[in-house]
Design a protein around this ligand. Sequence first.
Ligand SMILES: O=C(O)CCC(=O)C(=O)O
Length: 269
Amino acid sequence: MEYQLTENQIADYERDGFLSPIEVFNKHEITSLRTHFENFENHFGGIDKAASVRTDLHLLQNWAWSVINDTRIVNPISQVLGPNILLWSTQWFIKEPGDQKVVSFHQDANYWGLEPHDVVTAWLALSDASAETGPMSFVPGSHKEELYDHTNTFAENNLLSRGQEIKRTIDKDLCKIAPLRAGEMSLHNVRTIHSSGPNESKERRIGMVLRYCATHVRQTKGSDTAVLVSGQDNHHNFQLLDQPQQDFGEKETKIHLDATQKLSKIIMS
Ligand SMILES: O=C(O)CCC(=O)C(=O)O
């Protein structure tokens, strides 16, 4: 199989609960993806208006569908999750130049309703995510710890939906930041504690965040949708969705709305 992680990379991922950086797209490809994304933002009347529709963009636009199915992402994911893989959702973590927005320390597994925790995020950089831009920061090995309680801070400068913050003291000296160049990705386990700081640079920091799980994973918080990106789904735990036939088509828009409403209900519950 092409685009495989090495044994050492897999061992690092298993030990640390994250792996970074992994080269995915070349400069030309990632520039084209960023252009597609920024055209989408312009089409929807700018950054703020587009923010309300960008979740699960792969259900509305074929370029995003190609990203979630790209073997350079899916093959490494299947090396850590097994051959049968669903894409659960696509989200965006964007910090504008000088943006003081942060992401507090949290574990994703606490609020997504997905069980068991065979769930991995691919964080794909559509722009450079240098140390200055507030890249992802991970607590190595924390995926092997318990799931901690979290507080909902609803802090205004927090990019998380409820400003979730872990109730555990974090030794910042032990954290590993994961700067990425445009076209690279990191992988992280759904239990790994992570955060990110403000963007002190003059550039946008655009993270396209792809959440994958094994097909045996269940949604415990209600009905939910996914896309089969590798192998077979013999579990039928999610309503499987198809490739958009038409970008922003009427049918596609309805399917996208239904999927994102379900997702939002789950995440906010
Ligand atoms: O991009 C960020 O700063 C945070 C992303 C995040 O929390 C995640 O992908 O789970």
